[in-house]
Design a binder for this molecule. Structure first.
Ligand code: UDP
Ligand code: GLC
Ligand code: MN
Length: 397
């Protein structure tokens, strides 16, 4: 494991701690070999800190920094984002030589360690103004010198959006034209809003998504994934909840060579009510639960979506289907949502979503599981999103 490189996120409130938890779990699920670090502010409760310590390699307390620029923030429509100036403290993490910052509202869908091959400042275009980069995902080099220069820049010029993104874009102002290798493909920061703003592109390329960004005021932890919003949005929110509710046990030793196994998170209120009986997921990809907006456009469901590469990170060997499914078989749900009485027997989805022990399983279930693990997911039938959704709804109630 590269102990001098890290993924970094930020949480200044208990709600964003939920998001940070998902960032850590989704990175770990996909076998990152890098440290996973969260910066928190002094107001974060002791309970949340303890929970985060179980998820992260390092929990670092930083000072709150707020632009207090209500004028620009009101233009952005997000008065609460002045506090994102706190993100700038990530440059003080000089115990690491290189880091990847991930907003706490991101969800990692596959191993993205290849991002460490990029240099500062690499980021993906912002969907609202593509000549700016979005600061929800970026590669940087911690440096006290850069940190001081950033603070100085903020003091002198402020931020055109009142948050870190405006500041960073004016500081790294050459990003849009200078070096194309610093432009991350959009699949590393796929904002859910792009699903609506350019649906044909989403249908064409969305299956290659590596990191989903719940950019905007609606955060997954504020909803249950079963109310308003588009079908696709609901699916992403459900994926987020799934990652929040399951606990992964690092499995493939190759994927996490020296990393100490993290203890399961303390059980917060919502899960405390749930019984611990079965595995939720034995799929070979979390995205296997993702059914595209219009199935007819996807004649070939592609569950091992994240083996997709963009041509710049070819050194990464995509994990074989066998390795991938082994890793998911060892996915452990410490406090899974389904009670023993749950959906067993009657509900077809329960077969897919639980981990039947071969001795107990019916031949049909075994065959279903075999197909599932081979990536032959019955998107339109028993493994349809509606069935998964029903199961999620039951445990979220
Ligand atoms: N953040 C935080 N507390 C807040 C607001 C933001 O910790 O009250 C952090 C968190 O990591 C979050 C990031 O700053 O993901 C940027 O904010 P957000 O993701 O809400 O902005 P968006 O991407 O929606 O523009
Ligand atoms: C953006 C980014 C977010 C940033 C915010 C404020 O929309 O997604 O990371 O904190 O703007 O600048
Ligand atoms: Mn964000």
């Amino acid at each position: 494991m590269s102990a001098d490189e890290a993924f970094v996120t930020l949480a200044t409130t208990d709600s964003y701690c939920m998001g940070a938890t998902v960032v850590a779990r989704s990175l770990r699920r996909h076998g990152t070999t890098r440290h996973i670090v969260v910066m928190i502010t002094p107001n974060i409760s002791e309970q949340s800190r303890l929970a985060l310590k179980n998820e992260f390699d390092d929990v670092i307390v930083v000072d709150v920094m707020d632009s207090e620029d209500s004028l620009h923030l009101s233009l952005l429509g997000r008065p609460e984002l002045g506090i994102t100036f706190t993100k700038i403290h990530c440059w003080t993490l000089t115990q690491y030589s290189k880091c990847v910052f991930l907003d706490a509202d991101t969800l990692v869908l596959c191993n993205v360690d290849e991002l460490f091959e990029r240099d500062e400042l690499s980021a993906a275009p912002d969907p609202g103004w593509p000549d700016c980069f979005n600061s929800g995902v970026f590669v940087f080099r911690p440096s006290l010198h850069t940190h001081t220069r950033l603070l100085d820049h903020a003091r002198r010029h402020g931020s055109f959006d009142g948050g870190d993104q405006g500041l960073l874009n004016s500081f790294f102002s050459g990003w849009s034209v200078e070096d194309i290798s610093k432009h991350l493909p959009f699949i590393y920061n796929l904002s859910v809003s792009s699903v609506y703003s350019y649906l044909p592109a989403f249908q064409q390329f969305g299956h290659g998504a590596k990191i989903i960004h719940f950019l905007g005021g609606d955060k997954p932890w504020k909803s249950q994934g079963n109310s308003s919003g588009s079908h696709t949005m609901e699916q992403f929110v459900s994926l987020w909840w799934k990652e929040y509710l399951i606990h992964t046990t690092p499995s493939a030793p190759a994927a996490q060579p020296k990393q100490e196994q993290k203890k399961p998170q303390q059980i917060p209120e919502r899960e405390a009510k749930m019984k611990s009986t079965e595995n939720l997921d034995s799929t070979n990809s979390l995205l296997a639960h993702f059914s595209p907006p219009s199935e007819s456009l996807y004649s070939q469901p592609e569950p091992t979506l994240c083996s997709h590469t963009d041509g710049r990170q070819l050194e990464e060997e995509p994990r074989s289907l066998e390795e991938e499914s082994r890793s998911y078989e060892e996915t452990e749900v410490v406090d899974p949502p389904l009670g023993a009485e749950g959906l067993e027997g009657s509900d077809a989805t329960a077969d897919a979503a639980t981990d039947p022990r071969p001795a107990d399983a019916e031949p049909e279930q075994l065959e279903h599981r075999r197909m599932w693990e081979m990536g032959q997911v019955d998107y339109l039938g028993r493994d349809s999103f509606q069935n998964i959704q029903r199961m999620l709804d039951r445990f979220l109630d």
